[in-house]
Design a protein around this ligand. Structure first.
Ligand code: PHE
Ligand code: ZN
Length: 853
């Protein structure tokens, strides 16, 4: 690492920028290795910072050719992070800054700022990429209107806002809406558009374009359809209308993240745009729909109202995730979407919250902001909004949101502003609720039951374990949705919200004819862990009778976990009563196939490792893998008949449709296949692979074959068929490593890393291989430590080129403290080796030092 450890940025140190930016004019003379950026920026003293202030501008890796203030040359003091013009050299009032810099898009491997991807110029400015384009106050609370001129011979030249003029070799764009620099974007390249239009609620026509490389046009229809549905939904549900003449989306192959909401010019990872039945799975279609919506919804929650500083990131991300979840649940199935979201939350956010990287939804300190685009900020940020909505009701939520848009449009806001609109709109005091934003950690909820004389009492106790830097936790407001069933399985008390505010609190239900069975935390009404020892019969009862689909699924899930834990830890035989209960779900045709598919899915190995760790055991990854296989096999043996019948019944012949109903059938079909694959020697998977006309089934079948230690021929055939399609070849890399047997995972990854198609500087390709290794629980933690070493080697190889992706991928190690001494010391040795590497990026340094702490 560098000489001195990098210094953290603190929320407590926030101060407004001393100047307002009144306007920005940029001219780009594009050239792969020497692009010139000419900037003219209007500054005026900010009344919020009286007195005379230096002009400090951020700038990194810029070659400054000239700088002027009010047309007179100046010589600013330059350092590695920017430049300063002393107050003494500035005029009293407003002034104009002119600068010309040179940058190297082709040499930009970090993919932040202006870079090139397959001959296309594109930008990524969130969070702090604009400072690699020109000198600027690169912070979200500095908002300004932008005018952009692009000079290049490339046929398509795009920027934010509306197109205002163009000629041969140049184009001009004007964005009337003041925005922070992180929302700036520019794209130039040989692109073609798939176009449509949308008429807004006030009757304005908006031109919609999805820009892709020639040959990819036939894979844009689903993205376009999703965009149009998103625009309509935001008008109907939030009253939000689009505010420019055009909306452009560009698909880019080399992208660090999923997608980016630049004003009027969203830039997407191509895997979240391009889809056809042959090349994309149902999961891909659903993600495309969700991310197109997410980025579009940012136009209001992110762009029109942005964040004051990066500590407030959840203000735009938590809210926009919440909005895209609502959208998907309206487009598809509400219960299925809720279960999927909780699965992701537990897999990613709970894991984060229970480990060394735990941080509040609104952190108070960071070294590298790129490291805080986390499951906590995004997914827990969305859960917190869901709780707010549950507490104030649908009407209160709508009123608060209307007030939010009215009060803060055009501003850079804070979590305090956000909570204030809820207080003002509903009259509620949210002081205690705010702890969900300031305190890290997942509360654990225990429950005691009491029954006497027709009255039933539930006593809850909440406790949040310590997290880094926060030892003691105060009680939070927890909305607990509860319903009661009588012993016949009829609901006697429909869902109501119990508002818990104390460390321990009782709630009583009176005048009941018989002792009820409680269904607690319906719909997963709060992001907490419910620690409750429930007898297997009661879980099976709820799985059969609960009217709340989430808790119905949750009961089956909990049963499966109990069974697996006793099989893994105590070597017990698989529970027949569990298998029978599962069989009743499988054959219940009144249940949505997608829901049944979720019930058939085993808890993940990583989830089981955490469960065992929580129970005070040291998880053995091999034993977990074997236990999960043994249970699958027992289920398949016992339920063979209904599994085969369902497998056949869930075929979706005819033309492929990506809708939720058809996708649900395929999901159930593949869930049956997964289990049957344990007893049929791969015959069904091989047959499906040979006959499938869509990627969902062909990929699902291939995964089964590999999981069963077969599929060599099919792996080859898949490659031959798809070798010219980058996105499908990503799947090819991933499936082989993800489903490899524990001992084969690292060797397979090592072999594939030598494949000529392993273009590791492409983040999707890197994630396909290394991400799959990290996600193959038993393979990653295989006893020799070979996977750990290989993984760390690759992090070190990528770090100098692309710190952001390297740092993100280092989270594969975040759970190290769960495991046995040998594994722990092997992982620690890798973390130490990474941290000690000369020239390590600030991004990766921060992550590995936090992880090993
Ligand atoms: N703001 C983007 C989103 O969530 C994510 C992103 C962050 C993309 C940083 C690129 C860089 O929609
Ligand atoms: Zn977002």
């Amino acid at each position: 690492m560098k000489d001195a450890a990098p210094q953290p940025t603190l929320l407590a140190d926030y101060r407004p920028y001393p100047f307002d930016v009144t306007g920005v004019e940029l001219t780009f003379r594009l050239s792969p290795e020497a692009t010139r950026v000419v900037a003219r920026i209007g500054f005026a003293p900010n009344p919020a910072r009286p007195g005379r202030n230096d002009l400090r501008l951020d700038g990194e890796k810029l070659k400054l050719h000239s700088a002027k203030i009010d047309s007179k040359p100046v010589k600013p003091d330059q350092d590695a992070e920017g430049l300063t013009v002393p107050a003494s050299q500035l005029p009293d009032g407003p002034f104009t800054w002119d600068a010309e810099v040179e940058i190297d898009p082709k040499g930009n491997t970090a993919l932040e700022g202006l870079y090139m991807s397959g001959g296309i110029y594109c930008t990524q400015c969130e969070a702090e990429g604009f400072r690699k384009i020109t000198y600027y106050p690169d912070r979200p609370d500095v908002m300004a209107p932008f005018k952009v001129r692009i000079e290049s011979d490339l046929p398509v030249l795009l920027s934010n806002g509306n197109p205002t003029a163009k000629g041969k070799g140049w184009a001009e764009w004007t964005d009337p809406w003041p925005k922070p620099a992180y929302l700036f974007a520019l794209v130039a390249g040989d692109l073609v558009a798939v176009s449509d239009t949308f008429t807004t609620m006030s009757g304005k026509t908006v031109d919609l374009n999805i820009w892709v490389r020639e040959g990819d046009e036939d894979r844009c229809a689903y993205a376009m359809d999703s965009l149009i549905r998103s625009m309509k939904w935001d008008e109907e549900v939030y009253g939000r209308e689009y505010d420019l003449d055009v909306f452009n989306i560009v698909a880019i192959d080399d992208f660090n993240m999923g997608a980016m909401e630049n004003k009027g010019l969203n830039i997407f990872n191509s895997k979240l745009v391009l889809a056809s039945p042959e090349t994309a799975t149902d999961g891909d279609f659903e993600r495309i729909e969700g991310v197109i919506a997410h980025e579009y919804f940012h136009n209001w929650t992110g762009d029109r109202i942005t964040c004051r500083d990066w500590f407030q990131l959840c203000l735009k991300e938590g809210l926009t995730v919440f909005r895209d979840q609502q959208f998907t649940s309206d487009m598809r199935s509400e219960p299925v979407k809720r279960i999927e979201d909780v699965l992701t939350l537990r897999a990613r956010q709970f894991r984060e919250d229970m480990g060394p990287l735990a941080h509040p939804v609104r952190p108070e300190s960071y070294i590298e902001i790129n490291n805080f685009y986390t499951a906590t900020v995004y997914e827990k940020g969305a859960e917190v909004i869901g709780m707010l909505k549950r507490l104030v009701g649908d009407d209160g939520y709508r009123k608060a949101l209307d007030l939010y848009f009215e009060r803060h449009d055009g501003e850079a806001a804070t979590i305090e502003d956000w909570l204030m609109v809820f207080e003002d709109a509903t009259g509620r005091d949210l002081t205690q609720f705010k702890r969900w934003y300031t305190d890290a950690g997942t509360p654990r909820l225990t429950v005691a039951e009491d029954w006497s004389d027709g009255s039933f009492t539930l006593t809850f106790t909440q406790k949040t374990p310590p997290t880094p830097g926060q030892d003691k936790k105060k009680p939070r407001v927890i909305p607990i949705a509860v319903g009661l069933l009588n012993p016949n399985g009829d609901e006697v008390v429909p869902t109501m919200i119990l508002e818990m505010t104390k460390a321990t609190q009782s709630f009583r239900f009176e005048e009941l004819a018989s002792r009820p069975v409680p269904s607690i935390l319906r719909g997963f009404s709060a992001p907490v862990v419910l620690d409750r020892d429930v007898p297997a019969e009661e879980r099976a009862f709820l799985l059969a009778h609960d009217t709340d689909p989430f808790n119905k699924w949750e009961s089956g899930r909990a049963l499966a976990k109990d069974v697996l834990v006793s099989m893994i830890g105590k070597d017990e035989a698989p529970s027949q009563s569990f298998i029978d209960a599962l069989g009743r779900v499988l054959t219940n045709d009144s249940l949505d196939p997608a829901f049944r598919a979720l019930c058939l899915r085993m808890p993940s190995e990583d989830d089981l490792a955490q469960t065992l760790h929580d129970a005070g055991q040291v998880p053995d990854p091999e034993a977990i893998h074997a236990g999960r296989g043994a249970l699958s096999k027992a289920i398949a043996r016992s339920l063979q008949k209904p599994l085969v019948a369902t497998y056949d019944a869930m075929a979706t012949p005819g033309e492929f449709a990506p809708d939720a109903t058809s996708a649900g059938k395929r999901a159930l079909r593949l869930a049956c296949l997964w289990l049957l694959n344990h007893i049929d020697n791969g015959t069904r998977a091989a047959a499906l692979f040979a006959s499938a006309d869509n990627m969902t089934e062909s990929h699902g079948a291939l995964a089964c074959l590999i999981e069963g230690g077969r599929g060599t021929r099919e792996i080859g055939a898949f490659y031959e068929r798809w070798k010219d399609n980058r996105l499908v070849i990503d799947k090819w890399f991933m499936v082989q490593v993800l489903h490899a047997a524990p001992k084969d995972a690292a060797p397979t990854a090592e072999r594939l890393a030598e494949h000529p198609d392993f273009e590791w500087t492409n983040p999707n390709r890197f994630r396909a291989l290394l991400g799959a290794l990290g996600a193959n629980h038993a393979g990653f933690h295989e006893t020799s430590g070979r996977a750990y070493r290989f993984y760390a080697d690759w992090l070190l190889k990528l770090d100098p080129l692309n710190p952001q992706t390297t740092a993100r991928m280092s989270t594969a190690f975040e759970t190290w403290s769960r495991y046995d001494v040998d594994r722990k010391s092997m992982i620690r040795a890798e973390l130490d080796r990474i941290a000690a590497t000369e020239g390590l990026s600030r991004d990766t340094y921060e992550m590995v030092t936090r992880i090993r702490a």
